[in-house]
Design a protein around this ligand. Structure first.
Ligand code: ACO
Length: 402
């Protein structure tokens, strides 16, 4: 029963912890993460089991509602998601207003935020949980449509409407890749690999974007506004943007002659800001259990699709050299999930600019679960403190005298 936060606030004592490296912001029942031992579980189920036996929408249900669904619950959940995949035609007009070279992450977060205008009832912080669940279904159903359309807009191509005879992942792939007047068949190897990737990204407890979603939602902002903020937090190269940065780094290394050792040296040089993208993790200081599963999936996909890509050869060489290098071993800098997800996305034909969007699609259930838990537990508004290090009081000086 002792509320340490309250006691500290009453005493005027403030803990400084930049980057919140050791500060717990909440109690949570959603995801268990043990960075030392490389364990990740959603609602108690191991990520290995879920990746092997479940599918993305079942994992989504689990994260948001706390239990694996019965067959009836699963059918109702997936059915209602399939019924809401269309997006309002006026949202298409918003999309068309973006320059065609817009980054799809900016387009996606804007379209998600625009849902507050198309579904204004979502702004009511006191509505029933039944209505909140409807908002949840809507965003789960529409995000793949918005994501695929953001890509089509970037390409300057016409958009594809959802095909509700397909499952979540297949429908997304069709909206992304189908071209007018050409038949389109979803490759099951590609759909399977993508589904697995989405599961592995579905939640990761109080990371930068989940904390953003919780803190925005803590002011009772709507689910859509909170998720839009989470998408923006994910965009940065130190978080979800790392998967795009990985491939860009590999392409640069290739363009520069493919000398992997030279870049390892650069990453170790403290006077050089260069870091090996896709290596290291704030929490996993041994290995990232998702990276293990995904590495195997990457090997499978590359083998089964028979892909031959010099950029991916550089990735393999980099992994090999870094894993033996004293600096990386000593600092426990292992390839993280983004290193391999970038590789798989490239092999699946997903363009580099869309990588972080793929991460956002995967992370959506986690953000929703985090937002819902924060509201259900009636957490207070997030409002960190600071230690002021600026000037003492100063007299105003007229502009002519400065
Ligand atoms: N390349 C070279 N050196 C590195 C790297 C890297 N990728 N990552 C960490 N280091 C070094 C740091 O320079 C630091 O060295 P020092 O102790 O001599 O100063 C030490 O390792 C510890 O690094 P920190 O930055 O203090 O670790 P932190 O926990 O703050 O950062 C982070 C973790 C941001 C992921 C970092 O490892 C990084 O920038 N990696 C590259 C970007 C990346 O892959 N991000 C994806 C993260 S996973 C995700 O979002 C799903």
């Amino acid at each position: 029963g002792i509320d340490i936060g309250k006691l500290r606030a009453q005493s005027g004592a403030i803990t400084i912890d930049p980057g919140f490296k050791n500060t717990g912001s909440t109690k949570s029942e959603i995801t268990y993460l043990d960075g030392e031992n490389g364990i990740l579980r959603y609602r108690g189920y191991s990520i290995e089991d879920l990746a092997e036996k479940s599918n993305f929408l079942e994992v989504t249900y689990l994260l948001i509602h706390g239990e694996l669904p019965t067959k009836a619950q699963y059918d109702e959940f997936t059915g209602s998601i399939q019924n809401h995949t269309m997006i309002h035609e006026d949202m298409r007009k918003i999309l068309e207003g973006f320059p065609s070279n817009s980054h799809p992450m900016g387009v996606l977060s804007s379209l998600v935020c625009s849902m507050t205008a198309f579904y204004p009832e979502s702004l009511d912080p006191n509505r029933s949980w039944e209505k909140v669940n409807m908002s949840i279904v809507r965003i789960l159903a529409k995000l793949p449509t918005m994501a695929a359309w953001a890509y089509k807009n970037e390409q300057g191509h016409p958009v594809n409407y959802p095909d509700n005879s397909l499952n979540y992942t297949e429908n997304f792939l069709k909206m992304m890749f189908a071209v007018p007047a050409e038949d389109f068949e979803v490759d099951p190897v590609v759909a399977d690999a993508l589904d697995k990737l989405l599961i592995l990204h579905a939640d990761h407890e109080q990371n930068c974007s989940a904390s953003t979603v919780r803190i925005v939602g803590s002011s009772h902002a709507s689910l859509y506004a909170s998720i839009s903020a989470g998408i923006n937090a994910l965009w940065g190269p130190l978080h979800g943007g790392a998967n795009q940065a990985v491939i860009e780094m590999l392409e640069n290394i290739k363009a520069d002659g493919g000398d992997v050792e030279k870049y390892i040296k650069k990453a170790k040089d403290k006077n050089d800001p260069f870091r090996l993208m896709g290596f290291g993790h704030r929490v996993y200081k041994n290995f990232d259990p998702r990276a293990k599963i995904i590495k195997k999936a990457a090997d499978d996909v590359l083998g089964r699709l028979g892909i031959n890509d010099p950029v991916l050869d550089i990735a393999k060489k980099l992994e090999e050299v870094a894993l033996k290098d004293e600096y990386f071993v000593e600092k426990k800098l292992y390839p993280n999930v983004d290193f391999y997800s970038g590789i798989i996305y490239r092999a699946l034909g997903i363009p580099t600019k869309m990588f972080t969007v793929m991460f956002a699609m995967g992370r959506l259930p986690g953000w929703i679960a985090q937002w819902k838990e924060m509201r259900e537990n009636q957490e207070p508004i997030g409002r960190p403190r600071q230690i002021y290090t600026g000037h003492n009081q100063r007299d105003y000086v007229d502009i002519k005298k400065r």
